[in-house]
Design a protein around this ligand. Structure first.
Ligand code: NDP
Length: 278
């Protein structure tokens, strides 16, 4: 049976480390503060935003909440971001995505000062990540790296295959694996003979956005499989991009859904918030 890579436990370990660090910072009179902006009241976004605020409270990070009407103009949102960029009491700014259709996501992401870009989506932040300069790392891929490291999975020299090339998950995931000296292949919907590519992987990261897409046929015996996907099934339960029951019989280690990558995303966001004042 495969080793279960326990994202819930590892994320709790990280949050407890951060809690101690924040307590020390507070003794020196420093307290990180995150501004969380939600536009509209999409139920899934509300769950994510509440979980982020709860994590802030647990660690001792101050959070400011901006719950804005779905209909506010892009200009109004931009002026709020501008104010927060200039507010010295605010160290991190997070705009929950997706935004309503009348707003350009790219313009909003670019408006956040790179110094406060705790999601790691600003082009300058992405550029720094690519060239290995200091800066925030995008939360989900950074969480995957922590899962691997804290489970003693060596990345250096390994064949790593990432299925998916989105700006939020697939592409930065590939860059971070490369930074850890993995030999990285990115697969996507135009990849020919996907199974042949994924079966080369010592470490396979699935960020396909399709429930239970990766079955045992896609994996090499003994591989490590990280499932980034999150889907709600008709019965209300969650599943990932990997067919866990099928794949777990063949691999050496695997993340579950829920309790794998999901909790790590928030832990790494918290890490970025603390990084603003380190
Ligand atoms: P996107 O839909 O933006 O990207 C999916 C990627 O998968 C695309 O690059 C696409 O290729 C590729 N793909 C789709 N179908 C196939 C196929 N048949 N064969 C090979 N590649 C394929 O999704 P995201 O990257 O935003 O998210 C991926 C998953 O991760 C989702 O389930 C999402 O819910 C989850 N997620 C989880 C997070 C967490 O905290 N755990 C955070 C963010 C996302 P192409 O580019 O060619 O279209």
């Amino acid at each position: 049976m495969a080793q279960l890579i326990d994202g819930k436990a590892i994320s709790m370990q990280i949050k407890n480390e951060l809690k101690e660090e924040v307590a020390d910072l507070k003794e020196k009179g420093i307290c990180p503060c995150l501004a969380v902006i939600q536009v509209g009241n999409d139920p899934a976004s509300s769950v994510y935003v509440n979980n982020k605020k709860k994590a802030c409270a647990y660690i001792g990070i101050e959070s400011l909440s901006y719950e804005l009407e779905e209909t506010i103009s892009q200009e109004t949102l931009l002026s709020i971001i501008d104010e927060l960029n200039h507010n010295e009491m605010v160290h991190g700014i997070l705009v929950q995505l997706p935004l309503p259709k009348h707003m350009e996501e790219e313009a909003i992401i670019k408006a956040i000062s790179p110094e406060k870009d705790v999601d790691g989506f600003h082009p300058e932040t992405v550029g720094n990540m690519c060239i290995g300069s200091k800066g925030f790392l995008p939360c989900t891929p950074a969480g995957v790296i922590q899962l691997l490291k804290r489970s003693n999975v060596d990345i250096s020299g390994k064949e790593c295959v990432v299925v998916g090339r989105s700006n939020i998950v697939g592409k930065p995931m590939a860059i971070l694996l490369l930074r850890e000296n993995g030999t990285v292949t990115i697969a996507h919907s135009k990849t020919k003979d996907l199974k042949e590519v994924t079966r080369r992987a010592d470490i396979l990261v699935a960020a396909v956005g399709k429930p239970k897409f990766i079955t045992a046929e896609y994996v090499k015996e003994g591989a490590v499989v990280i499932d980034v996907g999150i889907h709600r099934k008709e019965d209300g339960k969650l599943c990932g991009d990997v067919d866990f029951d099928d794949v777990s019989k063949k691999v050496s280690a695997i993340t579950p859904v829920p309790g794998g990558v999901g909790p790590m995303t928030i832990a790494m966001l918290m890490n970025n918030c603390v990084q603003t004042v380190r």
